[in-house]
Design a protein around this ligand. Structure first.
Ligand code: SAM
Length: 228
């Protein structure tokens, strides 16, 4: 007889600068963006994370709480949104049970708090489990990667004078520039509906960002303080 399905309860929540799905890298460790996991009781004390500080990377098991269920096939953006593949052959957010899995950098550990690097996680993502990454077992350098053979290329990103001026006014301007450039360089645009000169808007950290494609890469047009 099949075992009763177990009800999953979040052990924590992600606090991330990605306030909307648009703009989030399509896999972890592609852009140097930090986030924090806030652990909930009873895992918010020192016992639950004892020994974790010795690990450089973590597996985060999470719920795609902002994605619908979907069916047996999906259209991966990597294939231009045209071809359909089986959902189990992809890392699509629309999947059975809505479970996500990301290998991220572990930057710091404190009771009730894990600081992560290289995240692909939306702000507010429910965390279901965390496990240390074991390179001698988990890393498989000669693995075949199907239709997703290579990482997405990073394209050049330039900042228009208005965006430069907004960065210059901030004490963290250089850090914001570095993180934003890395995110935009990965080309977050949906595969369909791309027209010349189209302006894309994205909420990142405390700013609303407008960018457009230009000849070789992208141009960040403006950064405006978000009205949250
Ligand atoms: N690495 C994970 C995996 O393989 O399960 C996620 C891959 S999925 C293709 C990455 C995308 O998930 C991001 O680009 C973002 O748009 C979306 N995403 C991240 N957190 C989410 C959440 N909590 N709910 C819905 N979508 C989310």
């Amino acid at each position: 007889m099949a075992a009763e399905p177990r009800c999953l309860t979040p052990i924590g929540v992600v606090h991330s600068p990605f306030r909307q799905k648009f703009g989030i890298p399509r896999q972890p460790r592609l852009a140097p963006v930090e986030a924090e996991i806030e652990l909930f009781p009873p895992l918010d004390g020192p016992e639950a994370v004892r020994g974790l500080e010795g690990f450089s990377h973590l597996w985060v098991v999470f719920a795609f709480h902002a994605a619908g269920e979907g069916g047996p096939t999906v259209r991966p953006p990597r294939l231009g949104g045209r071809d359909r593949l089986g959902v189990l052959a992809t890392r699509s957010t629309h999947r059975p049970n809505g479970l996500g899995l990301s290998a991220v950098t572990l930057k710091a550990v404190a009771p009730g708090r894990l600081i992560l690097g290289g995240v692909d996680l939306l702000d507010g993502t429910p965390v279901l489990d965390v496990k240390p990454y074991l390179p001698w077992s988990d890393a498989i350098p000669d693995a075949a990667a199907g239709f997703a053979e290579a990482p997405p290329p990073a394209r050049p990103v330039h900042f228009a004078p208005a965006a430069e001026a907004a960065l210059a006014e901030r004490t963290d301007g250089e850090d914001l520039r570095r993180r934003l450039a890395a995110v935009v360089a990965l080309d977050p645009r949906p595969a369909t509906g791309r027209t010349e000169g189209r302006v894309y808007r994205m909420a990142f950290a405390d700013v609303d960002v407008a960018f457009t494609e230009e000849e070789e890469g992208f141009r960040v047009l403006s950064l405006e303080a978000s009205l949250r």
